[in-house]
Ligand binder design. Structure first.
Ligand code: GMT
Length: 377
């Protein structure tokens, strides 16, 4: 098949899923064309089947806002024609599904029937997409896609609740490529570069935006470290970073926290980790939690959105109400205070993550591609 993938090329989960999907399809011999404004950060291998097409937006003094959708839909039309693409798979509705609809109409005029698959990822529906400023266009683009998928059952229900949806919605969970998560021996994973032998290592990875409630991460860690010697690895960059440093300084725990910035090798960083914290306000799925579990790390999360589809209460970790940092700290201590118990949670975490392995999930996408495009080669 010849597939165009449109996504945000940044560290966010939707871009990661889109990029991993594209690489997996290319590995299976399909021709994949990424169409976006920058090379996706997770695009880490070269293949004759992978192409990248950059979307440029010309600056012009008249424009207060740069017309990215226009440039994107024009680029989609150009690439579809040039490479005879059969499917455009767009990740994150805003503005990708809308731009794909425009591309589809333009191509129809040229006698080309491109199929549009839209994958909804979360805030394109919940925090942002359902805002009155966007709702009409998002609803229209969902209803006019050839196929629509969500990354969790919870996000499907949110979509049906927040919009007037006339299209079928297919749930395809996010996935993990386990080849990137080999069991790393303790000698390879040099924990002592980060923590003393008696310390546990706790991790949080996010874009440090308010929805992630990273201040709760610091609060939970503060409570845990009073009982259990530990270090916190904070991976990611975002608007809340500075505030977190002040919060940690005030609590007198700044020296126990490592701010590591953005990383496209989270699989390697997670090898150090004994516990992962994800106290988000909302999370359609929580790819970061799944990545942690794939690296044998139990998860302390909220019970918001799709998190209960990933993290299993009392098995792979624990789930608490949003903002209940006491409960999250208590559960974290329970896991960390006993080494045998910690090992059991680690085993459970990786076993649950295997349910979401690439091998299990990729066929679901391919089935939908075939459904919408039975003659695709
Ligand atoms: O967080 C966002 O604003 C959007 C998006 C992203 O690009 O990171 O994250 C969403 O998509 C991920 C991949 O499907 C999910 O794992 C995240 O849970 C989801 N974020 C939210 O729902 C807040």
């Amino acid at each position: 098949m010849k597939i165009g993938i449109v996504c945000y090329p940044t560290f966010g989960g939707s871009g990661v899923v889109a990029t991993e999907l594209g690489m997996a399809l290319a590995n299976k011999g399909h021709h994949v064309h990424f169409i976006t404004y920058k090379q996706p950060v997770r695009l880490d291998f070269i293949s004759k089947n992978i192409h990248f097409h950059e979307v440029f937006v010309e600056e012009y003094p008249l424009f207060h806002f740069q017309p990215y959708e226009l440039a994107l839909s024009s680029k989609m039309v150009e690439v579809v024609q040039m490479y005879n693409l059969e499917i455009l798979h767009v990740h994150y509705a805003i503005p990708h599904a809308y731009a794909a609809y425009m591309a589809k109409q333009m191509l129809k005029e040229k006698g080309i029937d491109i199929k549009v698959v839209t994958t909804l990822h979360g805030t394109d529906i919940t925090l942002v997409g359902s805002h009155p400023n966007y709702k009409t266009a998002v609803e229209f683009s969902i209803n006019n896609s050839d196929i629509v998928t969500t990354v969790s059952e919870s996000l499907k229900q949110d979509t049906l609740r927040l919009f007037n949806i006339t299209n079928e919605i297919h749930v395809i969970h996010n996935f993990i490529d386990f080849e990137k998560y080999p069991e790393i021996s303790s000698s390879e994973c040099q924990r002592n570069t980060i923590a003393n032998d008696n310390e546990r290592i706790i991790t949080h990875i996010s874009n440090l935006r308010p929805v992630k409630r990273a201040a709760d991460v610091i609060a939970i860690f503060n409570k845990i470290q009073q009982k259990i010697p530990s270090k916190l690895l904070l991976v990611g960059e975002g608007p809340d970073r500075e505030h977190l440093e002040f919060q940690a300084k005030e609590l007198g725990i700044l020296d126990k926290i490592l701010f590591l910035g953005n990383s496209n090798e989270v699989n390697k960083l997670l090898c150090y980790s004994d516990l992962f914290l994800l106290p988000s306000q909302t999370e359609s799925f929580g790819l970061a939690a799944l990545e942690a579990m794939a690296a044998r790390t139990p998860v302390i999360s909220t019970n918001a959105g799709g998190l209960p589809e990933v993290n299993i209460q009392g098995v792979t970790g624990f789930l608490s109400n949003v903002g209940d940092t006491d409960d999250m700290a208590k559960n974290g201590i329970y896991i960390l205070e006993n080494t045998d118990r910690l090992q059991q949670f680690k085993q459970n975490a990786v076993a649950q993550a295997k349910q979401f392995s690439l091998q299990n999930v990729l066929p679901a996408y391919k089935k939908l591609y075939r459904k919408v495009c039975p003659n695709c080669c």
